[in-house]
Design a binder for this molecule. Structure first.
Ligand code: HEM
Length: 203
């Protein structure tokens, strides 16, 4: 096992943009005065999630859904291994974490979609209630995600948060990705800025 490049730049940048957007959206959610900030933060989360869905098909090896999405039975098997403190090491996302990733991406889009309909005053209270309910579910999944990251880091003796910053994890040399894809990261930034401008300012 070597210290190899696993996460490309769009994955890492997108992740920390989602974290910042989610935190800001939570903090500004209840305030009328901060409404525009809230809408911009939510749009950031949704724009990154949309980009990430596409990147899951065309991105680098460990970013692709095909490389990390496994069956629910595989996810349960991994959790059982984790409880026995003997989980197999996965170079990319582990099978249980993969389901949290999919849930977070789906919830990000649904929560932001319901929020956008509320902002556009479509559907009355219905979408506002749905938006708040989905945001609460998302907070719960974020909590589970953080518990999983902490447990995985401890049991594997590998700092997964640092890996999401540096892109580097333990793995076999042949599993390393060739480059960080800086151009795609610039595209992600431009797309996110355009989406925020369109939703919060132009529409
Ligand atoms: C401070 C809070 C957070 C920390 C420290 C954190 C940490 C991490 C880490 C270490 C991973 C990689 C897990 C692995 O190695 O398999 C990851 C993946 C991920 N996290 Fe978080 N996370 C945080 C908050 C969030 C939030 C709020 C969201 C959603 C709004 C989120 C969504 C995701 C997604 C979608 C992935 C998959 C990344 C990808 O493949 O593109 N995280 N997170």
């Amino acid at each position: 096992m070597k210290n190899i490049l696993v996460w490309d730049l769009p994955v890492r940048l997108g992740h920390w943009l989602m974290v910042a957007g989610f935190a800001l959206a939570w903090l500004s959610g209840d305030s009328e005065e901060w409404r525009l900030v809230h809408v911009a933060a939510g749009s950031t989360v949704a724009a990154v999630a949309l980009f990430r869905l596409l990147w899951g098909f065309v991105g680098t090896r460990h970013a692709r859904f095909a490389s990390f999405v496994r069956t629910p039975a595989d996810a349960v098997a991994y959790l059982v291994e984790l409880l026995r403190f003997k989980p197999r090491h996965h170079t990319g996302h582990n099978p249980a974490g993969a389901w949290a990733v999919l849930a977070l991406l789906g919830l990000a889009l649904l929560t932001a979609g319901a929020g956008w309909l509320t902002y556009e005053e479509i559907g009355g209270d219905m979408f506002e209630d749905l938006h708040e309910g989905l945001a609460a579910v998302m907070l719960t999944v974020v909590g589970l995600h953080l518990a999983g990251v902490a447990a995985g880091s401890l049991v594997h003796g590998e700092n997964l948060v640092r890996a999401m910053l540096t892109g580097r994890k333990q793995g076999a040399a042949e599993e390393a990705i060739a480059g960080v894809r800086p151009l795609a990261a610039v595209l992600l930034l431009a797309w996110t800025a355009a989406a925020v401008w369109f939703v919060a300012v132009a529409s």
